[in-house]
Design a protein around this ligand. Structure first.
Ligand code: SUG
Length: 445
């Protein structure tokens, strides 16, 4: 076995971070619709979270924001003229599409792709499939630029396979690693891959909230990545109805430990048995289940206890749970977190990070990062300019303070000056992260 670490690649929060209420079924997004956001605080919170993880000894990478407003998308809808004129007309004539074109949603990198480490892939490469994010208009605009970003970070095709997204149809709706958990004895050893789905491709779906991942999309990804030992649990319908738009809102796993809410899976007993069977000969799975009685689903969702990062800090025996401060502020979730840390179980410590700006759109610490298990040789093959160091953290903080606004109302997204600021910020970022020329569509003319 080649030793490996679990790296995190976080989405750098973009200058148009806003509360536009674009995600039905995501209660925070709906609740905060129309509020003013603070893009500068948002990006700095994200950067500080990245630094916290880097300081703990875990490799940390930065994924660049996408070009927003997405003028090329608005042009496909027939808007013509200068970029400013396209934006202005789109906001007048098709405000729903204009809002989608302005969303900073690529920040939630857990939805960027599904990742299969080399230890699990038949060809010994790390595989990535960018998520088509078909269910929500604003998120469906992400996958092509996400592929460019992954190609920039993982440029060596002998070690990394960055696929195209699955076909963008409802039958293959895919939300990436937000519905994927990998369990294993050690990161570099073969693992069991849980690919959680909400509905079947041809199943009639009349529930109030969408099920964003199909069974067939999960199967297609396991097949194309040639991923060993897949398990396909069904997400519980009750959880989706209660606002669990991704499985990572009620479940997180690392190494041999799966930490989840009683309502996470449609068939909990069957899921446990399937995981045990798949892990046979590799490791004994540890299940840490929180009951509905201890934590009502509404508290789990508002406090994001499970949307935490479960990490193995180098040199520590037990896992650390990195929760949003909202978990500490919720008495029931806080009690669960404290009882974990006080127990002799696999989770030995709990820490808190402030990502409140993202949380108000339903994005916790786990949403902001894409986990990528990498061996030393694979780490050495990544783009070094995209790895977070103290120097890069300081440089990006200065950059954000220069370009990002401190207050943004959804109506401000129509401001052509915001378009100019965003492009200025992204131009400079290309130099900082060594992204080459023409990384963004606006730079290609
Ligand atoms: O897809 N919110 C995102 C949050 C994604 C969280 N990711 C994970 N759970 N892994 C979503 O619902 C809201 C944007 C707005 O309303 O302006 C939004 O897209």
């Amino acid at each position: 076995m080649t030793p490996a670490l679990e790296a995190n690649a976080d989405g750098l929060i973009g200058p148009t971070h806003s509360y536009a209420g674009l995600s039905p079924g995501n209660l925070a997004s709906s609740l905060n619709k129309g509020e003013a956001s603070n893009p500068r605080a948002a990006v700095l919170q994200g950067l500080d979270k990245m630094k916290t993880l880097a300081d703990l000894g875990l490799p940390q990478y930065v994924l660049p924001p996408h070009e927003r407003p997405d003028i090329p998308f608005l042009r496909t809808l027939g808007f013509t003229g200068s970029d400013a004129a396209v934006l202005e007309r789109a906001w007048k004539e098709a405000p729903g599409f204009a809002a989608a074109a302005c969303s900073a949603s690529p920040m939630w990198a857990a939805n960027a792709a599904t990742v299969t480490p080399s230890a699990d892939a038949a060809d010994g490469r790390v595989h990535f499939t960018p998520a088509n994010l078909h269910t929500n208009l604003h998120r469906s605009l992400e996958h092509q630029q996400t592929k460019r970003a992954l190609d920039a970070l993982f440029p060596d095709p002998t070690r990394f396979a960055v696929h195209d997204a699955l076909p963008a149809v409802a039958h293959l709706a895919d939300e990436g690693a937000a519905n994927h958990v990998r369990l294993c004895a050690e990161h570099g050893a073969p693992g069991v891959n849980l690919l959680v789905w909400g509905r079947e491709a041809f199943e009639p779906w009349a529930d109030a909230f969408p099920a964003r991942q199909t069974h067939e999309a999960s199967q297609a990804i396991a097949r194309r990545h040639q991923a060993g030992r897949p398990v396909f649990p069904r997400q519980s319908r009750a959880a989706i109805a209660g606002g669990t738009f991704h499985n990572d809102v009620v479940c997180v796993g690392a190494l041999d430990t799966l930490f989840f809410h009683e309502l996470a899976f449609e068939d909990t007993t069957g899921t446990r048995a399937a995981i045990r069977a798949a892990a046979d000969g590799l490791f004994e799975p540890q299940f840490v289940e929180v009951s509905l009685a201890d934590l009502p689903l509404a508290d789990a969702i508002s406090s994001y206890l499970f949307n935490s990062m479960l990490v193995q800090i180098p040199g520590e025996d037990r896992l650390t749970l990195i929760c949003p401060t909202e978990t500490r502020d919720n008495p029931r979730s806080h009690a669960v977190a404290q009882s974990l840390a006080a127990s002799n179980g696999p989770i030995g410590a709990v820490r808190y990070v402030d990502v409140r700006q993202s949380m108000r759109n339903g994005g916790g610490p786990a949403c902001l990062r894409l986990r990528v298990v990498l061996t030393g040789a694979e780490q050495a093959a990544t783009n070094p300019a995209m790895r977070l160091t103290d120097a890069l953290h300081a440089r990006l903080s200065t950059w954000a303070n220069r370009w990002y606004r401190e207050s943004l109302r959804p109506a401000d997204l129509a401001d052509p000056q915001l378009l100019a600021e965003s492009r200025g910020a992204l131009d400079e970022l290309c130099t900082i992260l060594d992204l080459g020329t023409g990384f963004y569509p606006f730079q290609r003319g």
